[in-house]
Design a protein around this ligand. Structure first.
Ligand code: DGL
Length: 271
C-alpha cells in the first residue's frame, strides 16, 4: 500500500465549512487538514454564479499551492459552480452529490425541502440531482440568506434565530416534508432552532456527514491515499483571506471537541 502524508484541503466562504471539517476530523483523526475561509469575500450566496466560480477557482489554486492531496468544496454555493471531479489531477469533492443522494435515500413520503443560499436555490442543482435519483420526489427549495449571518455571529441557539427560522420556514411546514437538506454548510450550526421550528419528525441532512462517507469509500478504493501517521497531527492550519477575531474564537470553540491538534491561524491572499 502506498501512503500519502499530504494534507486534505477544505474551503468555504467562512465558518460554515467547519461543520464539514468537524465530521472529517472525527472520521479521519490522523489525516492533516488545511482549511481556507474566504472571509474577505463572504457571503457567496448573494453573488452571481460567475463571481462564485471565479472565487472558487482561486481557492482551488491556493490549496493546490499548499500541496494538498484532495480538495473538499465545503460550500454548497461554490459546489453549484465546480462540477469537476478533478482539479489539476487532484480529486475534488463537492457537497451537493452526497447531500442529494442521502436525501433521496432518506425520504419515505417523497417530499424533500432544501434550505440554501439564494445562489444555490437559483442554480437548482439539488432539485436536478434528487430527481435524477427518483423523479417522483417533490423538491421544495427555500432561500434562507440570513442564516449565514446568524451562524457567523454565533447565534446558533438563540430566540432571534428561531424567529427568523419561523418566518423562512412557515410555508415549508405545510408541505408535509419528512426530509430537509441543510444545503448550506453554515446551517448545521443552527440545527437546534431549525429542528424546533420544523418539528422532531423531520430528518435534517447534513452534508458533512455525507461527504465523510464518500471519502471513506475513496480511501478504501485508494482514489485518495491515506496517511501512515498513527497520531493526530500537531497542527491544524486555518487560512483566512481576512483577519477576524470573531472567526478565531468561534472556530476554536467549534473544533474543541473534534481535534487535539493546535489550531494555527494564517491570513492569506488567494488572488
Ligand atoms: N456556506 C456556504 C454554502 O454552503 C455559503 C455561505 C455564503 O457565503 O453565503 O453555501
Amino acid at each position: 500500500m502506498i501512503f500519502d502524508p499530504r494534507p486534505i484541503g477544505v474551503f468555504d466562504s467562512g465558518i460554515g465549512g467547519l461543520t464539514v471539517l468537524r465530521e472529517l476530523l472525527l472520521a479521519f483523526p490522523y489525516e492533516t487538514f488545511i482549511y481556507l475561509g474566504d472571509t474577505a469575500r463572504l457571503p457567496y450566496g448573494s453573488k452571481s454564479g460567475n463571481t462564485v466560480r471565479k472565487y472558487s477557482e482561486q481557492n482551488l489554486k491556493f490549496l493546490l499551492s499548499r500541496n494538498v492531496k484532495a480538495i473538499v468544496v465545503a460550500c454548497n454555493t461554490a459546489s453549484t459552480q465546480i462540477n469537476e471531479d478533478f482539479y489539476e489531477g487532484l480529486p475534488v469533492y463537492n457537497v451537493i452529490d452526497p447531500g442529494s443522494h442521502l436525501a433521496a435515500l432518506t425520504t419515505k413520503n417523497n417530499n424533500v425541502g432544501i434550505l440554501a443560499t439564494r445562489a444555490t436555490v437559483k442554480a437548482n442543482s439539488y432539485e436536478q440531482k434528487i430527481k435524477m435519483q427518483n423523479p417522483l420526489i417533490n423538491v421544495f427549495s427555500v432561500p434562507c440568506p440570513l442564516f449565514v449571518s446568524l451562524a457567523e455571529e454565533g447565534w446558533h441557539d438563540d430566540v432571534i434565530t428561531e424567529q427568523v427560522a419561523e418566518r423562512y420556514l412557515s410555508d415549508l411546514k405545510n408541505k408535509n416534508i419528512d426530509t430537509v437538506v441543510l444545503a448550506c454548510t453554515h446551517y448545521p450550526l443552527l440545527k437546534k432552532p431549525i429542528q424546533k421550528v420544523l418539528g422532531p419528525s423531520v430528518n435534517l441532512i447534513d452534508s458533512g456527514v455525507a461527504i465523510s462517507l464518500i471519502l471513506k469509500i475513496d480511501f478504501e478504493k485508494e482514489k485518495v491515499k491515506r496517511t501512515d501517521q498513527k497520531n493526530a497531527p500537531d497542527q491544524l492550519l486555518i487560512c483566512l483571506t481576512d483577519t477576524g477575531l470573531q472567526f478565531e474564537n468561534l472556530s476554536t470553540q467549534l473544533l474543541a471537541d473534534h481535534t487535539k491538534s493546535k489550531i494555527i491561524f494564517e491570513t492569506v491572499s488567494v488572488i
